[in-house]
Design a binder for this molecule. Structure first.
Ligand SMILES: CC(C)(COP(=O)(O)OP(=O)(O)OC[C@H]1O[C@@H](n2cnc3c(N)ncnc32)[C@H](O)[C@@H]1OP(=O)(O)O)[C@@H](O)C(=O)NCCC(=O)NCCS
Length: 175
């Protein structure tokens, strides 16, 4: 455990270390191409790194998306990764909180995530049936599609989430 945890936006010099993090955190998936492509979509992507004792040990991406027919600015959270040796020390949560704060300040009204509800419920995420992911999910994953309203947003959008190119791969949305 360390007191020296810092969350900051990534820069070009972090790219190699960010890519190296993913095979460790997700040994059964190859998320490197997705992450590399998202990092090149700078204006619509918020990329945060978690630093512990000045080492890069965590990464989170928030991608600006849209919902067809809605003027709302919405965001997709993911991927989110913490190096195994640094998991369960608050770094993932710190990155999520920092990202939610930033995207709310930037005017986002809703954040979506596909992930384990046991983890994401701590931030207030709840299963969302109003907005559907870009590709149909297997039934067993229905509860894994969640959202969080920001800034007291009352009007939840309805429709299909429209995602930028790097996310338009069906394999990313299937087991
Ligand atoms: C999931 C992950 C990002 C969480 O980051 P982290 O820094 O380890 O998490 P935090 O320290 O902020 O939070 C720890 C808490 O989350 C819980 N937790 C961690 N991973 C969890 C998971 N997959 N499911 C449910 N709970 C989880 C811990 O039990 C702990 O709970 P507690 O606070 O009640 O003790 C990290 O464990 C990771 O990279 N895992 C592998 C990759 C992965 O599955 N990422 C995708 C998330 S959809």
């Amino acid at each position: 455990m360390t007191d020296r945890i810092e969350i900051r936006e990534s820069g070009p010099s972090d790219a190699a270390l960010i890519e190296r993090l993913y095979p460790d955190a997700f040994p059964e998936e190859n998320l490197s191409p997705l992450v590399r492509n998202l990092l090149s979509e700078a204006p619509i992507v918020l990329s945060l790194v978690g630093m512990a004792d000045a080492a890069l040990v965590g990464h989170a991406i928030f991608t600006t998306c849209g919902v067809a027919g809605s003027p709302d600015k919405v965001v997709l959270l993911g991927p989110l990764a913490v190096a195994p040796a640094w998991q369960r020390q608050g770094i993932g949560s710190a990155m999520v909180h920092a990202g939610l704060q930033r995207v709310e300040t930037a005017g986002a009204s809703q954040v979506y995530v596909l992930g384990d509800p046991a983890y994401y419920k701590r931030f207030g995420f709840e299963p969302d049936a109003d907005v559907t992911p870009p590709y149909p999910l297997p039934e067993a994953w229905a509860g894994a599609w969640q959202s969080l309203s920001l800034g007291g947003n009352q009007s939840r959008p309805r429709g299909k989430l429209s995602v930028p190119q790097p996310w338009r791969q069906e394999a990313l949305w299937a087991p």
